[in-house]
Every structure is written in C-alpha cells, then in structure tokens.
Design a protein around this ligand. Structure first.
Ligand code: HMG
Ligand code: MG
Length: 295
C-alpha cells in the first residue's frame, strides 16, 4: 500500500462560486451527492458569505439541508465572519473554513478588510467553533502571486499561516489563487512556511491557470504535504481575483498520484461521472466583480 494522500473536493464551492449562471440548489445538491459516493473524505459544499458579494452562494442553507450525508464524509463550508458561522452551525456543517490572504489588496477586494482585521474577525469564530467542537481550517490566499500586487514574498504567507495556526486552525490551506505559482516559487514559499507550520498541518490549494498545478503538487509532495484541494472538471475561481481560473482537476491529481503509487481511496469512474455533471453546470465565469457597495 502506498502512502495516503487526501484530496479535499472544492467543486461545489470554489467551483460554482465563480459561475455566471445561477446554478439551482437542486443541481448543486445532485453534484455533492454524486461526490459523496466517490471515496472522498472531505467535500467543501458551499459558503456562508454575503449574498450581495457572491449571489451564487446565497442558497447555502438550502444546499446543506438538501444533501445526503454519506457516512465518513466531512461536509465543510466557508465562513468569513461570525454571521457566517451562526448560519453554518444550524446547517450542521461538519467543519468550517475561515479565509485570509497574504496580500493586503486582495484581502480588501475579497472580504473588504485588512489582513489584521480579518484575523480579528476570525477570533470569535474560532472561539465559538471550539466550544461547539467544530474543526476550523484556515486558508491563505495569494501565497505566491496576487492579482493586484504581483509576486508575493514568502514571508507574507508565513505571517498569516502562522497566525491562523496559532489561533487554532487544524490545517492551513495555501492558496495559489490565480494559478501563477511555479515549482520554484511554490518551493520557496513552502520552505519558508514549513519553518513555522509542520507539513502535516498544511494543504496545497493550487489553481491551474498557468498549467503548473500538478507540478506544484509534486514539489509539495516532496516537501511532505499530503493534502491537496482539487475540483472535478477543473471548476473554480474567485470572483474577486482576475485570472483565477479553475482549481486543479481532481481526476488529473488522482491519476498523477496513482502513477506515483500514492493511495487516494477515490473511485475514478464515479469521479468521472461527477466531473461530467459538474461540467454541464458551467455557464461561464464572472467578469471581475468589484466591491458590491460601489455598484
Ligand atoms: P461587507 O460589505 O464589508 O460586510 O462585506 P458588512 O458587515 O458591511 O455586511 C454587508 C451585508 O452583508 C449586510 O447585509 C450583512 O448582513 C451581510 P445588508 O444589511 O446589506 O442586507 N453579511 C452577510 N450575509 C450572509 N452571510 C454572511 C454575512 N456577512 C455580512 N456571512 C464580507 C464583508 C466578508 C461579508 C463580504 O466581503 C463577503 O461575504 N466576502 C466573501 C467573498 C468570497 O466569498 N470570496 C470567495 C471565497 S475566497 C476564495 O475563493 C479563495 C480560496 O478558494 C483560496 C484561494 O484560492 O486562494 C478560499
Ligand atoms: Mg480557490
């Protein structure tokens, strides 16, 4: 048996949040139910964010209420603040994720506050989740490149990753939000982050815009990471990050890992069916959205 690598499935959240067509909740539920039979242990189902900012996710509660809960599968959701957490809790999210950025500009564009303010907002979320026994994951966006600031120094990702860990996040997912990372920049960023956060507490979240995501996963495997975020059909993108195309394709990651003799526990044919269905939901990505209050 090869070593196990976990894939955290992103298509229902990161995948669909960027679609122009408002995907009906029933179709999202069908996608998640299909994914539930694919051997995945973790599925990010939706996000409890402001519907003014991301209308596609306005049906988060309905989606969570409609999905079939497969035994052994963790259904995670994104929350940006306590309001999001208070909605995620009655929706029975098994796990939540807070999301910060290594880039000040992206932080403002995405969640309308500075990095420091975002971390302060997460404190009460982590406190409440700890009381409720809900694990919290922390994202750091723009770990190598920012759509607004360009290349990012590794120290920027380290600072935020270390603070999220210290705050109580069980895992830090490192986001190459716009898929411009290369094995060299990802390796340099990881070397710096690994000084503060052990590999078993890190995940790679690599968008594939530049076509290097699989190479970036390979270099991350060499550095000891064993969890990667991916989306069937390569769906994905952030409405506030120009050029943030799809996440790395789950099937491509699974194939590469199998080739390298890693175990993933995934059912490839079922994933293929889910990928075809996910692909049928596509209606084209958003144009870049600005702060909705400036509309
Ligand atoms: P704001 O406008 O500063 O917030 O947005 P506010 O507190 O002034 O509230 C504005 C309105 O939103 C109010 O409603 C609030 O009640 C409501 P109104 O009075 O106008 O009717 N509101 C909420 N509603 C539902 N759920 C909530 C919530 N919070 C406030 N949780 C805010 C600040 C953070 C809310 C906003 O900027 C936001 O929701 N941003 C989310 C953006 C987003 O979802 N981006 C994509 C996910 S991140 C990503 O994709 C990157 C990742 O994949 C990793 C990577 O690739 O790097 C994770
Ligand atoms: Mg993403």
């Amino acid at each position: 048996m090869g070593e196990f690598v976990r894939i955290f499935e992103m298509s229902a959240r990161d995948g669909l949040q960027n679609e122009r067509r408002l995907v009906p909740a029933a179709e999202k539920i069908r996608l998640i139910d299909m994914l539930s039979d694919c051997g995945l242990q973790k599925i990010e189902a939706t996000s409890f964010v402001s519907p003014r900012w991301v209308p596609q996710m306005a049906d988060a509660a309905g989606v969570m209420a409609g999905i079939r809960r497969a035994p052994g599968v963790v259904y995670a959701v994104l929350v940006p603040n306590l309001k999001g957490y208070e909605a995620a809790r009655p929706a029975n999210a098994d796990e939540i994720s807070v999301f910060a950025s290594a880039s000040e500009t992206f932080s403002h564009k995405n969640i309308n506050c500075s990095i420091a303010e975002s971390l302060e907002r997460f404190r009460p979320v982590l406190a409440a989740a700890t009381v409720d026994g809900i694990p919290v994951r922390g994202y750091v966006s723009c770990v190598t490149d920012c759509p607004y600031e360009g290349p990012m120094p590794p120290a920027a990702a380290v600072r935020v990753a270390a603070q999220l860990l210290a705050m109580g996040c069980y895992e830090i997912s490192l986001g190459d939000t716009i898929g411009q990372g290369t094995p060299a920049t990802i390796a340099a960023m990881l070397d710096a982050v690994l000084e503060e956060v052990p590999a078993e507490r890190l995940a790679g979240h690599y968008h594939d815009t530049g076509g290097r995501a699989l190479d970036n996963i390979l270099v991350s495997l060499e550095k000891g990471l064993r969890t990667f975020d991916a989306a069937v059909g390569g769906l994905g993108g952030c409405p506030f990050a120009p050029g943030a195309k799809g996440n790395v394709d789950t099937l491509a990651v699974a194939a590469m890992l199998a080739d390298k003799s890693y175990e993933t526990g995934l059912y490839i044919e079922r994933l293929g069916a889910a990928a075809r269905f996910a692909d049928s939901l596509r209606g084209g990505g958003h144009e870049l959205r600005d702060h909705p209050c400036h509309d």
